[in-house]
Design a protein around this ligand. Structure first.
Ligand SMILES: Cc1cc2nc3c(=O)[nH]c(=O)nc-3n(C[C@H](O)[C@H](O)[C@H](O)COP(=O)(O)O)c2cc1C
Length: 213
């Protein structure tokens, strides 16, 4: 039998560092641009980020604490998720610094604000792709005991998609060329996509499997 280390998170992991984010990784990074009520731009990366459905597309991210991005989204009802890529890694990282609320992190990181079409918040012009979103819900997470966590999940329906045509090859978005960065491992660890392989989903249960199940 293989030996497994088991722990219950509430009772400590018993390891030098918490392995949770190394297990649930690599994770895509939603580089979230918003505006506050006065039109000031905010930009910050979130790796508790994902896509939840495709037609229409829905994406979301979770804030650990009530951060500026969530406050802005609650106020304006919209946000933009920009693709964080290797060429913009240092800029992305800089935008995670604890800037005061009134600082435009897009400008502070030397990035260019490009106008969006369906939302007022700008996108990062240098990013190969951006998803304009309208807020569906902000869900304040609550624990098993029913008590609220200080964690806020923002879910947005994608209402506009920008793709830099330089990253379209024969009409397909070239993920490898875009080179997204992913949060992985422990503090400061990132991954890029590495190898890709193709595997087509079965349209029916293979007969030899059906026979034994
Ligand atoms: C790669 C990366 C991923 C991050 N993911 C999250 C996340 O999922 N949730 C979170 O609350 N903070 C996350 N942070 C930290 C926020 O980016 C940071 O607190 C930032 O200052 C929040 O900005 P805001 O207050 O303008 O929204 C992440 C930071 C980095 C560098």
């Amino acid at each position: 039998m293989t030996d497994f280390h088991f722990y219950e998170p509430g009772k400590g992991h018993g390891l030098p560092h918490d392995p949770f984010k190394a297990i649930v990784g690599p994770r895509p990074i939603g580089w979230i641009s918003t505006q506050d009520g006065d039109g000031r731009v905010n930009l910050a990366p979130y790796s508790f980020f994902g896509a939840f459905k495709s037609d229409p597309p829905v994406i979301g991210f979770c804030s650990e604490g009530y951060k500026d991005s969530i406050a802005n989204i609650e106020r304006t009802g919209e946000f933009v998720a920009n693709l964080a890529v290797r060429a913009l890694a240092e800029a992305m990282n800089l935008t995670s610094a604890p800037f005061p609320s009134d600082v435009d992190e897009m400008r502070a990181a030397g990035l260019t604000a490009a106008p969006c079409i369906r939302v007022a918040a700008p996108r990062v012009a240098e990013s190969p792709a951006a998803l304009e979103c309208r807020l569906m819900q902000i869900v304040r997470l609550q624990g098993l005991d029913g008590r609220p966590f200080d964690n806020y999940l923002a879910l947005g329906q994608v209402v506009g998609v920008h793709i830099d045509t330089h990253f379209l090859s024969d009409g397909l978005f070239d993920t490898r060329r875009a080179d997204p960065i992913l949060r992985a491992g422990y503090r400061g660890d990132y991954a890029t996509i590495g190898d890709m392989f193709e595997m087509i989903r079965p349209e029916s249960v293979p007969p030899e499997i059906a026979a034994i199940s």
